[in-house]
Design a protein around this ligand. Structure first.
Ligand code: ADP
Ligand code: MG
Length: 604
């Protein structure tokens, strides 16, 4: 935590409105977003308004015992994250207090407000391996050495962005704490001592060399997503859905299964038991690739519904700053935030305390710009710093946020404003959820702007079957075509009251039913089905589209496969998702062969 001196800038509380305090007496050097501290309670607050004689600050803890005239002190800096080894596999609150230590206080019975903890341990020693030599020249962002932070992740020790120069000292390989000197930089005759620890203000994006277009998917193992509404590494997506439609399940599933190197899960204003649940899963679940618990690549930021609303915004931006730090090491980082609506609600609450002129439904007029300041921190980037061999590095930050529109109404302000800034939406539908057709991703209202960018990546990994030579992109087109025909027919039947009995349309409905049941519906809780890898996904889709292609062909000869195919084979096709594990791809190929022979025998 921040120390302060005797003669520092002091003031006193002149009014209290909910979590906001009005302060008088601070000198004019105070800046927006600087932290101030209520001295007797150790409570931190952030300056959000500076008036002629007063400033307004939002407190990160409950103001219930605070009295008028209590002293505050200007800490002269905005809320900053501590960045160094010791972040991974830990849980922090919105202002980076480690919950482990809070829990310790709780069990000791000494838990009270205004706890001051150092976010990262000063005692723990890390095994540092230098990657640079004496007299090497380094710039901000360069990798100076490494520390194996967890079994899975190597932490690159980066030169802070405000430093550069010639190495006049670098520590030998060995164990050091994050505050011990491990190198010195000399520039213009001035020598600076540096340790592994650096800080970064959460409201400011970390610099990078340039943005790059996205070119690989963040794979989720959820078929509807990876095929129809894919998200790219470095992309932005939102998951709007009414209560109980499966937002949390989808996000937790992605958090556990996705192919990002590092995952930051932010529980923002959601119930504490849900965060406890996901934490338990991270600890218990083993990453199949590395055979280590998932928590080793994860950081959890918990701002539960019973914590003060003013820390909600901080929890999101804290997560983003930590994510950018790992991105700058050259990693693919993903942020999952559940739920951004709780943040928007906190903005509304604070705005109304400030008596600002409300815009739609009481939300402040700056809601859209706030939302975009969060999502715009995502992207694929070339880092400013270089790896130890002086090569450029590339990293990405993906952001997925859930939205909980009241009554499931997607026209409400938070959903509407988010849609304008994100590149894709998985819209969850209450009707599908009610019918237990999970994931309840509504094919009509969802979209993704990424397929074009991901085409090539998928092509390089295609399973290439001679019987049906179409790539991932074409598979998407055809599945979309079938689902849109189904939708048209539904509309017509709503208008005319009946479905026309043309064979044509029967076949499309027949195909749509197979796709919905065998491809889109996917149980997030079964061992075989919760994660579908890309080979299995392509296998399922291509088998269905082989049926589609041949079916259309046969119809020209007045052969109707929807009447001719036996149920056993159809069931086999529809149950691939549920019954065949990813590893048994040969079994999927067998089904393809069986179908191909069957269709051929119908022709001859
Ligand atoms: P929300 O966060 O939108 O309020 P949840 O994610 O908590 O909703 O989901 C509510 C319930 O729906 C879950 O407890 C679970 O029983 C069911 N559910 C949601 N998604 C799935 C899924 N993909 N597979 C199986 N069940 C699901
Ligand atoms: Mg939820």
């Amino acid at each position: 935590m921040v120390e302060f001196e005797e003669n520092s800038n002091q003031g006193f509380i002149s009014a209290i409105h909910g979590t906001l305090i009005e302060v008088k007496g601070l000198k004019e050097q105070i800046r927006l977003y600087d932290l101030i501290k209520i001295v007797n309670h150790n409570i931190l607050s952030e300056v959000i308004q500076i008036n002629k004689d007063t400033i307004i600050a939002q407190c990160f803890e409950s103001t219930s015992n605070i009295k008028l005239k209590e002293n505050v002190i200007d800490l002269g800096q905005p809320l900053s994250m501590e960045l160094a080894p010791g972040l991974l596999a830990h849980v922090f609150d919105g202002i980076q207090r480690p919950l482990e230590l809070t829990f310790q206080k709780y069990t000791e019975g000494t838990l009270k407000k205004g706890l001051e903890f150092q976010p990262l341990s000063r005692e723990k020693r890390w095994h540092f391996i230098p990657k640079k030599k004496l007299n090497d020249k380094v710039l901000g962002g360069d990798v100076i050495g490494t520390v194996q932070e967890t079994k899975i992740i190597e932490h690159k020790i980066l030169v802070p962005y405000n430093a550069s120069g010639t190495l006049s000292f670098i520590a030998k390989e060995g164990d050091y704490s994050i505050i011990e000197e491990i190198y010195k930089l000399k520039k213009n005759g001035i020598e600076e001592s540096l340790s592994m620890l650096q800080k970064w203000p959460i409201t400011k994006g970390r610099p990078f060399k340039k943005r790059l277009p996205p070119n690989k998917p963040l794979l989720t193992g959820i078929r509807t997503i990876d095929l129809l509404f894919p998200i790219a590494m470095g992309g932005t997506f939102a998951v709007p859905g009414g209560f109980g439609t499966g937002k949390t399940v989808i996000q937790q599933n992605i958090a556990k299964c996705c192919n990002a190197d590092i995952l930051i899960f932010i529980g923002c204003g959601e119930p504490g038991n849900e965060i406890a649940n996901i934490l338990k899963q991270f600890i218990e679940n083993i990453d199949p690739k590395t055979k280590q618990p998932l928590i080793d690549r994860t950081i959890v930021i918990a701002n539960t519904s019973n914590m003060p609303v003013s820390a909600r915004e901080a929890s999101l931006f804290s997560g983003v700053s930590i994510a950018e730090y790992y991105r700058d090491m050259g990693y693919d980082v993903a942020i999952i935030a559940d739920s951004t609506s709780r943040w928007a609600e906190s903005l509304r609450e604070i705005s109304s305390l400030l008596e600002e002129m409300p815009a739609e439904e009481g939300y402040p007029a700056y809601l859209p710009s706030k939302l975009s300041s969060f999502y715009e921190r995502a992207g694929v980037i070339k880092t400013l710093g270089r790896d130890p061999s002086e090569n450029e590095m590339q990293g990405s930050l993906t952001i997925i946020g859930s939205i909980s529109p009241p009554g499931g109404d997607f026209n409400e302000p938070v959903t509407a404003a988010t849609k304008r800034v994100v590149q894709g939406i998985w819209a969850l539908d209450s009707k599908l959820a009610y019918l237990k057709q999970y994931p309840a991703i509504d094919w009509l209202n969802s979209y993704s702007n990424y397929p074009e960018y991901l085409k090539e990546w998928w092509n390089e990994r295609d399973i290439k079957w001679n019987e049906i030579e179409i790539d991932w992109f074409e598979c998407r087109n055809q599945i979309n075509e079938i689902l849109s025909k189904e939708n048209d027919l539904k509309l017509i039947s709503q208008i005319t009251g009946e479905i026309n009995e043309f064979e044509n349309q029967n076949f499309d409905l027949f195909m749509a039913k197979i796709i919905r049941n065998g491809l889109l519906i996917q149980n997030a809780f079964t061992e075989i089905e919760f994660y579908t890898d890309i080979k299995k996904l392509l296998g399922i889709v291509k088998i269905m589209l082989l049926l589609y292609k041949q079916g259309k062909e046969l119809k020209k000869h007045e052969i109707y496969i929807e009447d001719l195919l036996d149920n056993e084979l159809l069931n086999k096709i529809m149950n691939i998702g549920k019954s065949i594990p990813n590893e048994d791809f040969d079994k999927i190929e067998n089904i393809k062969r069986e179908l191909f022979h069957k269709l051929n025998s119908l022709i001859h």
